[in-house]
Ligand binder design. Structure first.
Ligand code: OKP
Ligand code: ZN
Length: 334
């Protein structure tokens, strides 16, 4: 399976994040990529398809915000990386204010997503990497791996969150739709629920979203991903959430995964986008499932047995020393 990656995804390097009431080193750091590159070997280059495919998912004003936030932050005389401290609660007026602090609140959902100098450039190339993987499928590859970083599944159409700025999986799914590949299924198997992807496609009947993740009653992102969220309007029935308790190991995990795969098969998609996070690993420092390195190969085999052209998009995974081997195990299974 070809691996797509662009060096400009390294430019994003926030220093710290708010975690359990204090500041700690930013967990989504470039060491993750070095671990994956060491285990995966050669990568393929990523062409520049411009902003048009990003704009199929994200509104222009949100992209403008991502581009200018760090500059505006510095212009306001602030040290460090741009980070919000006030969030508009649901029902408040949707004002388009100029003040950088207001814009950081308007366009984000949490405090774990700082904007640093290279953030826009890395997020842009991360999304382009997803598109490059999709193009490999269009060219006839059965599966492709987009080594996206920063990740994307917590980013909604007009908000960042959970280390995510642009929703790489959604950008690829929209591009697949535009390319005439028909109905798309997105399977999200990161430890955390992919709230952004669900928000983007939840009202759509032509894109199926299935997610196996830690129960949001105990885990981030808390306010999405509960079992009763099944889509709205035309999208009713095209969202499937399968939350699992902390401590879940491979047996219960595979049972939930099989439910998701059955639903995807019944939906009748022409293409699968798999948001893959290796933060389900037993040794992950910020997560609490119990998958082992060797488990990722059979998990991937089950997914591959759908027989769909598949784009694997990288999401989370923070046990840096094991990350490369966990991803390699998954890709070998495919
Ligand atoms: C991103 B991905 C906990 C802070 C949580 C956000 C976690 C984002 C995970 N104190 N920070 O889905 O792996
Ligand atoms: Zn995650």
């Amino acid at each position: 399976m070809r691996v797509f990656w662009d060096e400009r995804q390294r430019r994003h390097a926030p220093v710290q994040e708010l975690h359990n009431g204090g500041f700690v080193p930013f967990a989504e750091h470039i060491g993750r990529v070095d671990s994956m590159l060491a285990a995966l070997g050669a990568t393929h280059s990523v062409p520049d398809r411009g902003e048009a495919p990003l704009l199929r998912v994200h509104p222009g004003p949100y992209l403008d915000f991502l581009k200018s936030a760090f500059i505006d932050w510095k212009a306001a005389g602030r040290p460090g990386d741009a980070a919000g401290y006030v969030w508009p609660v649901i029902g408040r007026r949707a004002l388009e204010l100029d003040r950088i602090d207001a814009r950081l609140g308007q366009y984000s959902m949490d405090a774990s997503t700082p904007i640093a100098e290279g953030t826009w450039e890395s997020a842009y190339w991360s999304a382009q990497t997803a598109l490059a993987g999709l193009e490999a499928l269009l060219a006839g590859d059965r599966a492709a791996f987009a080594l996206c970083r920063p990740p994307g599944h917590h980013a909604g159409a007009d908000y960042m969150g959970g280390y995510c700025y642009l929703n790489n999986a959604a950008v690829a799914a929209e591009a697949a739709w535009a390319a005439g590949l028909g109905r798309v299924a997105i399977l999200d198997i990161d430890y955390h629920h992919g709230n952004g992807t669900q928000d983007i496609f939840g009202a759509r009947g032509d894109v199926f979203f299935a997610s196996v993740h830690a129960d949001p009653r105990t885990d981030y992102p808390f306010f999405w991903g509960h079992g009763d969220e099944g889509g709205a309007g035309e999208g009713e029935g095209a969202t499937l959430n399968l939350p699992l308790p902390r401590g879940t190991g491979i047996r219960d995990y595979e049972a939930a995964l099989d439910k998701a795969l059955e639903a995807i098969a019944a939906f009748g998609a022409g293409l699968l986008v798999c948001s893959f996070g290796a933060d389900t690993f037993a040794g992950d420092p910020i997560c609490a499932f119990a998958l082992e390195t060797a488990d990722y190969a059979p998990v991937a085999r089950r997914i591959a047995s759908l027989g769909l052209p598949s784009l694997v998009v990288m999401e989370g995974g923070y046990a840096v020393d094991a990350l490369g081997e966990n991803v390699a195990s998954f890709l070998r299974g495919f």
